[in-house]
Design a protein around this ligand. Structure first.
Ligand code: SAM
Ligand code: SF4
Length: 332
């Protein structure tokens, strides 16, 4: 028997009030860890949510107690109707935030501010142009860097997402932390995660003890541990006298499943109750045929696994995450 209430609570009593909506599975970058080399198969436009459908589904979630919506992708800013979607979502009375690669930000600053968005997450894995080109397979470093600098002037809160990969950018850990000296930014070092087609290997992840050694060596007792919010996915720190802060999101080695409050809606209108779960509930087609999608939302959330979408070991259970989508098709 599936419980019905005004809130989206799973079988383990976790209340879900944070919805991440992927607006598109397309992108203007080709990050090696996110998108398979061969790209993502083109699908008919009809398979994806229209702007109106995004708003309809988001409204259903808000009626169930969703308090925060993050727009992501693929790259959310390449969605044709982005400004209109943002404007309409801003009327739902919930906090809106955006995760972007930053390339198109300068074209959207005004509409983002008008929608009342005060916080933004921008992804940047390296402070070096050449390496940026290697990681993203595109040449946009200068533009992204400039948009980050302007975002720091415009928004109340700017977070930089850095996926740490051994042998690729782990030697820039200190450069990134030094960036917090003069910049009021929160840098989030994200553990490299496995998805279909991204050639993940455990050896490519940088362990927290390796990171701690580097931090100790460089900053010693100047490292200050900060208090983390209840649902925070990162453990946060700062260096004495630095304006900015930094944190670590270790989804695999230090999971935050116990306090998980997130649900994902993919660009093709499927509800995913966990980043790592391949159990998806199609909300778009029932919506199009006039069905009530709320019982479907409850059903899917009720089936949510306690940890990592049912994956016990990322090394042994690759058959499970290989059945999952690529990160770009999930919506990070
Ligand atoms: N295009 C936007 C961006 O890059 O910020 C939003 C979508 S992207 C999928 C969202 C976040 O997921 C980015 O910060 C990206 O670095 C992160 N990400 C993608 N693949 C990942 C992986 N395999 N492991 C860890 N983080 C990943
Ligand atoms: Fe695009 Fe973001 Fe994935 Fe990079 S991480 S390919 S920018 S969706």
């Amino acid at each position: 028997m599936i419980r019905q209430s005004n809130h989206i609570t799973d079988a383990f009593g976790r209340k879900h009030d944070y919805l991440r909506i992927s607006l598109t599975d397309r992108c203007n970058l080709r990050c090696t860890y996110c998108m398979p080399e061969e790209g993502v198969a083109l699908r008919s436009k009809n398979e994806f949510m229209t702007s109106e459908e995004v708003i309809q589904i988001a409204s259903a979630f808000v009626s169930l107690g969703i308090k925060k919506i993050r727009l992501t992708g693929g790259e959310p800013l390449i969605k044709k109707d982005f400004n209109n979607i943002l404007h309409q979502l801003s009327r739902l009375g919930v906090e809106i935030s955006i995760t972007t690669n930053g390339i198109l930000l300068h074209k959207h600053f005004d509409s983002i501010l008008e929608a009342g968005v005060t916080k933004i997450n921008i992804s940047l894995d390296t402070l070096k142009r050449q390496k940026f080109n290697l990681i993203t397979r595109r040449d946009y470093f200068d533009l992204v860097y400039e948009n980050i600098q302007n975002s720091l002037l415009i928004f109340d809160e700017v977070k930089l997402n850095v996926v740490l990969i051994k042998g690729k950018n782990d030697n820039e850990l200190i450069d990134f932390i030094d960036f917090t000296k003069e910049n009021k930014v929160n840098i989030r070092f994200i553990e490299y995660m496995p998805f279909d087609g991204n050639n993940w290997r455990k050896e490519l992840t940088v362990t927290q003890s390796e990171i701690n050694n580097i931090l100790q060596l460089n900053y010693g007792n100047k490292i200050v541990k900060l208090l983390d919010d209840n649902h925070s996915t990162s453990r946060n720190f700062k260096i004495e006298k630095h304006l900015g802060t930094f944190g670590f999101i270790n989804t695999i080695t230090n999971p935050f499943c116990d306090s998980c409050n997130r649900i994902r809606l993919t660009a093709d209108g499927k509800l995913k109750n966990c980043l790592f779960s391949s159990n998806e509930m199609n909300l778009l087609y029932p919506l199009r045929s006039g069905k009530d999608i709320i019982p479907l939302i409850f059903k899917n959330i009720n089936e949510k696994f306690r940890n990592h979408g049912g994956i016990n070991s990322f090394e042994k259970d690759s058959h499970i995450y290989n059945k999952n989508r690529t990160m770009i098709a999930i919506g990070g």
